[in-house]
Design a protein around this ligand. Structure first.
Ligand SMILES: Nc1ncnc2c1ncn2[C@@H]1O[C@H](COP(=O)(O)OP(=O)(O)OP(=O)(O)O)[C@@H](O)[C@H]1O
Ligand SMILES: [Mg+2]
Length: 393
C-alpha cells in the first residue's frame, strides 16, 4: 500500500527508510523460505542416507549369515596373500589360527604336496578338498572356496570297486577257464614227474613247463587282485627311472631271446613319483609284455621317461603290427583280448593302476606302424594345474 508522503527532506528520508524496511522484510522472508526448503531437503537426504546405511547393514548381516551357514570353507585373502576373513566352515576344515596368516605358509602346513585324482587336494588331516578361486575385483586379493569332497571320493571309490567286482563276476566263467588251462598243464607235468616214468632230460623239460604254467597262473591271479582292488594306499617316493629298470629286469631274457633291440630315452635329473611301486611295476610290465608279444620275430622296443611341470611320462613303443581301430576303442576294457591265449586283463590293470595313482594311460597306434603306450603319473610334489594359481596366491 502506498504510504502518504511526508513533505520536506525528513519526509523523504522517512519514506526511503520505510521502503528499505519493506525490502528488508521481503528479503528476510525469502531467505527464511529458502532456509526452510534447504532444511527440508537436508532432512530428506539424511533420512535417505540413514535408509541406505540400514540397507547396507542388513545386506552385510545377511552376507555374514550366509557365509556362516555355508558348508564350504571360504577365505578372503588381502593383496599380500594374508587371510583377511574366513567363515566357521574354514576353521572347522582347516583348524586354526588362520586369521592374518600367510596363505603360502598355510599351504605348506595344511596340504600334502601331491596331485590326486581329478585335481582334488589332500589335506594333512586326511580330508580331500576341491579348491576354487575368484579375484576380489575392486581391490587386490582373492576369495578362496574349499569344498570337502572326501565323502564323494569315498563313494566314487566304492562304486568303482563294485563295478570292477561286477566285471569280474560277469567274467567268472572266462576267468575259471583261464585258470584251469595253466593249472591242468601244470598238474599234468607234475604228475609225470611224480611217477618218475620219464628220463632226466624230460624231467627237466616237464618241470620247466610246470613252472612256466604256475608262473602264468601267479601273474593272472596277481592281475586279478590288482584289478579288483584298484587303489591301495601304500605310497612311496621313488625315482621313475628305478621303477622302469625294475619292470624291465624280469623281461630282459625274453628281450634277448626274441632278438629285440632296446632303445632308451631317459631324461637326466630327478624323476620323483609318489606311488605304490608294486602296482606301477606291474602296470609297466604289462605294457612291456604286450610290446614283446607284438614282436615275436624281433623288432625295436623304445622306452622313454620324461617329465614336464606336473607329470612323469613313461613311454613304451614297439614297431610291431600295431592295433586295429576296432580293438583300440575297447583296449582298456577288462577281458578284451586280441590274442588266443590272452586274458585281456593286462591293459585294464594298467588303467586301474594309472587312475589309482592319479594318472592316465593313453595309446597311439596305426595298423602296420607299431604301438606307443604312455603312462602319465603325477610328479611327486606337484599340484594340479587348475589349483596352482590358488596355491601360489
Ligand atoms: N603293443 C601292442 N601291439 C599290438 N597289440 C597290442 C599291444 N598291446 C596290446 N595289444 C592288443 O590289446 C589286447 C589287450 O591287451 P591286454 O594286455 O589287455 O590283454 P592280453 O595281453 O590279451 O592278456 P593279458 O595281458 O591279460 O595276458 C591284446 O590282446 C592285443 O591284441
Ligand atoms: Mg597283455
Amino acid at each position: 500500500m502506498q504510504q502518504p508522503q511526508p513533505s520536506g527532506s525528513l519526509g523523504e528520508a522517512s519514506f526511503s527508510l520505510s521502503m528499505l524496511r519493506e525490502q528488508l522484510a521481503d528479503t528476510y522472508q525469502s531467505i527464511e523460505q529458502r532456509i526452510e526448503r534447504l532444511t527440508g531437503e537436508l532432512q530428506e537426504a539424511r533420512s535417505e542416507r540413514r535408509n541406505e546405511l540400514a540397507e547396507k547393514e542388513r545386506l552385510a548381516d545377511r552376507l555374514q549369515s550366509l557365509l556362516n551357514a555355508l558348508p564350504a570353507a571360504v577365505l578372503v585373502l588381502d593383496g599380500q596373500g594374508r587371510v583377511q576373513e574366513l567363515n566357521p566352515a574354514a576353521e572347522r576344515l582347516l583348524g586354526g589360527p588362520l586369521q592374518g596368516a600367510s596363505w603360502r605358509r598355510l599351504i605348506d602346513q595344511l596340504f600334502i604336496p601331491q596331485t590326486t585324482t581329478g585335481g582334488d587336494l589332500l589335506l594333512r588331516n586326511g580330508r580331500y578338498v576341491a579348491l576354487s578361486t575368484c579375484p576380489l575385483g575392486h581391490e587386490p586379493g582373492q576369495i578362496l572356496m574349499l569344498h570337502d569332497v572326501t565323502e564323494k571320493r569315498q563313494l566314487q571309490q566304492h562304486l568303482e570297486h563294485s563295478r570292477r567286482l561286477a566285471d569280474m563276476g560277469r567274467m567268472a566263467a572266462t576267468l575259471a577257464h583261464q585258470i584251469r588251462t595253466p593249472l591242468a598243464s601244470a598238474l599234468l607235468y607234475v604228475s609225470q614227474l611224480h611217477g618218475m616214468t620219464v628220463g632226466n632230460a624230460l624231467q627237466q623239460r616237464f618241470s620247466g613247463r610246470a613252472l612256466q604254467s604256475l608262473k602264468g597262473l601267479e601273474k593272472l591271479i596277481a592281475d586279478m587282485l590288482l584289478f579288483a582292488n584298484g587303489g591301495g594306499n601304500v605310497r612311496e617316493r621313488l625315482d621313475g627311472a628305478e621303477l622302469l629298470a625294475q619292470a624291465l629286469e624280469s623281461l630282459q631274457p625274453k628281450l634277448a631271446a626274441q632278438g629285440i633291440e632296446l632303445v632308451r630315452h631317459v631324461e637326466a635329473g630327478e624323476l620323483p613319483v609318489e606311488v605304490n611301486p608294486t602296482m606301477v611295476i606291474s602296470a609297466l610290465q604289462n605294457l612291456l609284455s604286450n610290446a614283446l608279444q607284438a614282436m615275436p620275430e624281433g623288432g625295436r622296443l623304445t622306452l622313454s621317461l620324461q617329465r614336464d611341470a606336473t607329470q612323469l611320462c613313461f613311454g613304451v613303443a614297439d614297431n610291431g603290427p600295431g592295433i586295429e581301430p576296432a580293438l583300440q576303442a575297447r583296449l582298456f576294457e577288462p577281458f578284451v583280448s586280441g590274442r588266443a591265449a590272452g586274458t585281456g586283463l593286462g591293459l585294464a590293470v594298467v588303467r586301474a593302476v594309472a587312475h589309482a595313482m592319479g594318472g592316465v594311460v593313453e595309446c597311439e597306434s596305426k595298423p602296420g606302424e607299431g604301438a606307443t603306450f604312455t603312462l602319465r603319473l603325477p610328479l611327486a610334489g606337484s599340484v594340479p594345474a587348475r589349483n596352482e594359481a590358488a596355491l601360489s596366491a
